[in-house]
Design a protein around this ligand. Structure first.
Ligand SMILES: *Cc1c(COP(=O)(O)O)cnc(C)c1O
Length: 221
């Protein structure tokens, strides 16, 4: 199957309210361009340097999403153009994004990454840490004028066990709803969950943004 075929099929299967991020990490620009010609405008990368090289080379109407773990000292390299940063998991990182966004007169959209998996290696906040961050941002609004927290992101455990994955997605959806019920003013719009192997399940659990790589571009080495 070609990238065009894969993409067309997946797009047709997504509900209207679900945004597709085409995860193009490790793939050459020619592959991304095939997706672009098929109409795809949102691409996800997990390394800032690779994303920046592709941004420089490719059409400027693309929205670039950073889906990987972000090191504070590298935020400056993407602040000019990044459209959404999925993996924010500390106030320190949020402050650095704010600082770099300000230099470019921008407001950068971010998602807070929530830890929902059972694996130990995954990044993310627990519910208490999430609430702490939201309270801090609320209490010191003037320090965060150039960042906009638009939702949450999470990754399920890498397992075949569908019940386990479903439980984790539902947990994230519950956190998302709790915040939206609590805060009528700053409601979250975006719940980023679901990848090639589990995006259908994620959508049935309330995902509004799926990050799909290998099912579009083929496997990675
Ligand atoms: C690589 C990656 C994806 C896409 O994974 P596929 O299984 O290839 O769809 C999604 N989200 C994150 C955070 C990733 O790093």
């Amino acid at each position: 199957m070609s990238i065009t075929n894969n993409l067309t099929k997946i797009k047709a299967s997504l509900p209207e309210n679900v945004t597709l991020v085409a995860v193009s990490k490790t793939k050459p620009v020619a592959d991304l361009m095939e997706a672009y010609e098929t109409g795809q405008r949102i691409f996800g990368e997990n390394k800032i340097q690779e994303m920046t090289e592709k941004w420089e080379e490719m059409p400027k109407d693309i929205q670039w999403h950073m889906i990987g773990h972000v090191q504070t000292n590298k935020v400056k390299f993407m602040a000019e153009y990044v459209s959404l940063i999925h993996g924010v998991d500390s106030l320190k990182l949020l402050q650095e994004i704010n600082k770099q966004a300000k230099k470019h007169n921008r407001v950068i959209d971010v998602l807070l990454q929530i830890y929902i998996a059972e694996e130990e290696s995954k990044f993310g906040l627990d519910e208490n840490e999430l609430n702490e961050i939201l309270n801090q941002v609320q209490n010191e609004k003037e320090l965060y004028e150039n960042v906009n927290i638009v939702g949450l992101m999470g990754m399920a455990t890498f397992t075949e066990n569908q019940n386990q994955i479903e439980k984790e997605f539902k947990h994230l959806k519950t956190i998302f709803e709790t915040i939206n019920n609590k805060d009528a003013i700053n409601r979250f719009s975006t719940l980023s969950m679901g990848m090639s192997g589990d995006y259908k399940l994620a959508i049935s659990c309330g995902s509004t943004m799926v990050r799909i790589g290998s099912s579009i571009f083929g496997g990675r080495n």
